[in-house]
Write a protein that binds this ligand. Structure first.
Ligand SMILES: C[S@@+](CC[C@H](N)C(=O)[O-])C[C@H]1O[C@@H](n2cnc3c(N)ncnc32)[C@H](O)[C@@H]1O
Length: 398
């Protein structure tokens, strides 16, 4: 069994352990080449995305019971069906006004969300012109292609994989648990400066070391403190996703008309940097065990960080988008048509009813995914906003 700060983790099987040793060697080489340490963000990038080695780039199962974590599309197709209902109205309006309407999904995981959305949109007679996927992992891209070809063969020709953002997009942009998978900088507030947490090698393991923060990170922390109206406490540790701003700005530049829906676990900036959250929001997932030690199991565990939704919303507004709403996942689903999706519930066999109720509970209960997961909706040139934001909108909190 592998021990972490949070207790005991399951043992890695021999193939995974051998792969992790390769990744550790790769990261150690990077650290040596950089003169002894690399930023935490650079470490996270290598262990998650180094070609052929990183957690997302190599062949680990990742999603579902055989993997390390389960995302909403993997829990239940209901998640995709409600999103499809929301897409249908937007696609129709955008097509009427601009003559075209497509969906663009970032980080499509196993491809299940795409296949389920297309299935429901076909039933609603509201298919997009194309379903574009932008995926950074070659391994996942292959997996997505194979799942979509077998799950919806008649619709597979509408799906295309892009290597970079298109110049323009009309329709819907989707991203489920993509922001939380981006490498983050970790920092620690000292009495007279901000330090960047970096990773170095000590004996045969990785450890954190402090360096004076580079200008970009120091400025980001200064901007957080300005928004909070006070300095963070001494020894306060947290994260900043420096890549998120450019990512949201790129989406805004591409989206000419329609809406973007970002789903993730996250909170407002005030909650993110609350004084009692003095150890940040980093979470690691290994074989369905959650813990906070990102320096172990390199390349074979997922590393994520909760999302500062205020930061994303502020870039969106600065880039000319409107905020359509910010709601919990439970409210997104209930406002967006979950009840209608369950209209035939009483006609189902008891076993199917039990299965579906269990899925609904995971998607919507506050102690499961219902409250921690949020949806931030952003729109441009859209007259009719999605019904998902009709009640319990907490945009005011951002
Ligand atoms: C936690 S997984 C979520 C997968 C899927 N959306 C789901 O809900 O099951 C994160 C996904 O985002 C992808 N990803 C991370 N950064 C990305 C980026 N900048 N652009 C596109 N995809 C990205 C990863 O390769 C992976 O497919």
């Amino acid at each position: 069994m592998q021990h972490s700060e949070q207790g005991t983790l399951p043992e890695a099987d021999s193939i995974s352990a051998a792969h992790s040793a390769l990744v550790a060697r790769h990261v150690s080489d990077k650290i040596a080449a950089a003169g002894g340490c690399i930023s935490f963000a650079a470490y996270m990038h290598e262990v998650l995305y180094a070609p052929g080695l990183g957690y997302y780039s190599a062949g680990a199962a990742k999603f579902g019971p055989d993997g390390d974590f389960t995302t909403a599309p993997e829990v239940s197709s209901l998640f995709a069906y409600v999103i499809a209902r929301q897409c249908a109205a937007t696609l129709a309006e955008v097509r009427t006004n601009y003559g075209q309407a497509s969906i663009l999904e970032f980080g499509a995981g196993s491809g299940k969300l795409a296949a389920d959305i297309l299935t429901r949109l076909k039933e609603l007679d509201a298919l997009p012109d194309s379903y574009r996927i932008l995926e950074v992992s070659a391994d996942l891209r292959e997996r997505q292609e194979s799942h979509i070809k077998s799950a919806v063969p008649e619709l597979a020709s509408r799906v295309m994989w892009l290597d970079h953002l298109p110049d323009e997009h009309h329709g819907v942009v989707l991203a489920n648990e993509v922001l939380d998978a981006m490498p983050v900088e970790r920092f620690i507030r000292r009495s007279n400066h901000v330090a960047q947490l970096c990773v170095e090698v000590e004996d045969d393991h990785f450890t954190l070391v402090e360096r004076v923060a580079p200008a970009l990170l120091a400025e980001a922390v200064a901007s957080i403190e300005k928004d909070l109206g006070q300095r963070l406490p001494d020894a306060y540790v947290s994260e900043v996703n420096l890549a998120a701003a450019a990512w949201v700005a790129d989406i805004a530049a591409t989206l000419r008309a329609g809406m973007a829906l970002l789903f993730d676990y996250g909170v407002s900036r005030r909650e993110y940097y609350a004084a009692d959250r003095s150890d940040g929001w980093l979470r690691c997932h290994f074989r369905h065990h959650a813990h906070a030690d990102a320096l172990i199991l390199p390349g074979i565990q997922d590393i994520t960080s909760w999302v500062d939704f205020s930061a994303a919303a502020s870039v969106a507004i600065d880039s000319g988008l409107s905020i359509a709403g910010y709601v919990s996942q439970a409210h997104f689903l209930v406002n967006g048509g979950l009840t209608e999706e369950l209209a035939d519930f009483t006609e189902l066999a008891p076993a199917a009813q039990l299965r579906l109720s269990a899925q609904v509970k995971i998607l919507t209960l506050p102690g499961e995914m219902g409250e921690n997961f949020k949806c931030l909706g952003m729109s441009r040139a859209l007259d009719n906003l999605p019904s998902s934001f009709a009640t319990a909108d907490r945009t005011f909190s951002l």
